[in-house]
Design a protein around this ligand. Structure first.
Ligand code: XLS
Ligand code: CA
Ligand code: CA
Length: 444
């Protein structure tokens, strides 16, 4: 073993239980605990994201890096630092005990001064990653290409007014899709960070929509050509860094895919904080995706209700997560997706061990949300009440309407003859909320 980076944590983080006072022990997360007939780890498939945890030193738009990250100190040999970064990452994954990780091409490999150099840097580091994966058993949940940091992408990648930028983005995605396949990645994500606009004064919405659709078709073609068996995912976000982003929310993405004949090829990677930025709840985004065959994977994090930024904080509210988790269980689970912690430390959490506290809290929170959701599914009160509420649609009148056996005229005749005379029924929202809270409070 080479240099050790997380010396305060000696071995895998143990399970301590709800009464444990050890800050470096799990209170709820027990990968092997069986929930609804499956180990917890198979339900949640949690992953650590490379970019926030290993490729970011706490830089923000007003200040320099604050964190103790020797592999990010500016001015060093970039390939040597990249190797250190990967060693630190795999040491962390193994000590934390999570099965998956996710990365952008640029998180692991130095850019160099040309695409050819970038590609060979990436290939060398992917060779290393393969070795680490084999030795540790940690797997790749998803790969993605960074099409937003370099100045060439300032006006978007696929939606750029310059086709040369489209071509450059295509080159990056081609290679990263192949890298993801080589590493056995189970999904490939496209987040259109700058596929949007800052002002309509210089933006042709019609052209940009067509360009984006063409790009998405090319990705599908290449996926099938190389036989990549993973799932393609689009990650919605309404804004930031652009003023408006085209993949606004799951429903917008779904409509775009339908319009361009891409349905069935992509699902969504839903990030909790992006849902709230879009003015929705995370629950809404997950429920919409589940109802329309668009549920792909989850980026687990939260925003801060006091501001409208993408703060990417670690999840810490079981109440917020229990109902999205319930939708996921009812939809048959999240695999081949998982729960990627797309979350970063606060800038003042400068110590390396803070990374452990953050992920321990996040894992315990999603694990407890899973227990609550599983209990709700097992009792099935919510499902049964919903079924009762819609029972009319399974009876004669509802079926006749949906099967096309009724017209406006035939319905008018029924109403006029007094055969149909609806009475308002209570939606019972408060009783339902109580039911959920009772589970949140009592499940162990
Ligand atoms: C940014 C996004 C990004 C994607 C991957 O807001 O969350 O990190 O998950 O490109
Ligand atoms: Ca994300
Ligand atoms: Ca985010």
């Amino acid at each position: 073993m080479g240099e050790e980076f997380f010396t305060e944590v000696t071995g895998p983080i143990p399970f301590g239980g709800l009464e444990s006072r050890d800050p470096l022990a799990f209170k709820v997360w027990q990968p092997d605990r069986v929930v609804l007939g499956r180990p917890m780890v198979d339900h949640l498939r949690p992953g650590v994201c490379f970019w926030h945890s290993f490729s970011w030193a706490g830089v923000d738009m007003f200040g320099n890096g604050t964190m103790d990250r020797p592999w990010l100190v500016p001015g060093g040999d970039e390939m040597a630092q990249a190797r250190q970064r990967m060693a630190a990452a795999f040491e962390f994954f193994t000590k934390l005990g999570t099965p998956y990780y996710c990365f952008h091409d640029r998180d692991v490999a130095p850019e160099g001064d040309s695409f050819a150099t970038f590609r060979s840097n990436l290939d060398a580091l992917v060779d290393d990653a393969l070795g680490y994966q084999e030795r540790t058993g940690v797997r790749l949940l998803w790969g993605t290409a960074n099409l937003f940091t370099h100045p060439r992408y300032q006006a978007g990648a696929a939606t750029n007014p310059d086709p040369a930028v489209f071509a450059y983005a295509a080159a990056q995605v081609t290679h990263m899709l192949e890298v993801t396949q080589r590493l056995g990645g189970e999904n490939y994500v496209l987040w259109g960070g700058r596929e949007g606009y800052d002002t309509l004064l210089n933006t042709d919405l019609r052209r940009e929509g067509e360009q984006l659709a063409r790009f998405l078709h090319l990705v599908v073609e290449h996926k099938h050509k190389i036989g990549f068996e993973g799932q393609l995912l689009i990650e919605p976000k309404p804004m930031e860094p652009t003023k408006h982003q085209y993949d606004y929310d799951v429903q917008t993405v779904y409509g775009f895919l339908l319009k361009h004949g891409l349905e069935g090829e992509y699902r969504t990677n839903i990030e909790a904080n992006h849902a709230t930025l879009a003015g929705h709840s995370f629950h809404h985004e997950v429920a919409f995706a589940a109802a329309n065959g668009m549920l792909g994977s989850i980026d687990a994090n939260r925003g801060d209700p006091q501001n409208g930024w993408d703060t990417d904080q670690f999840p810490n509210s079981v109440e917020d997560l229990a109902l999205p988790m319930y939708e996921i269980l009812r939809a048959g689970g999240i695999a081949p997706g998982g729960f990627n912690f797309d979350a970063k430390l606060r800038r003042q959490s400068t110590h390396r061990t803070d990374l452990f506290y953050a992920h321990i809290g996040g894992l315990d929170t999603i694990a407890r949300a899973l227990l609550v959701a599983a209990d709700l599914v097992e009792r099935d009160d919510l499902g049964a009440r919903k079924d009762r509420r819609y029972a009319g649609w399974d009876a004669d009148l509802g079926k006749a309407i949906l099967d096309g056996h009724e017209s406006l005229e035939s319905l008018e005749a029924k109403v006029a003859a007094g055969e149909v005379d609806p009475r308002p029924v209570s939606g019972g929202q408060e009783a339902l909320e109580n039911l959920v809270n009772q589970r949140v409070w009592s499940v162990r």
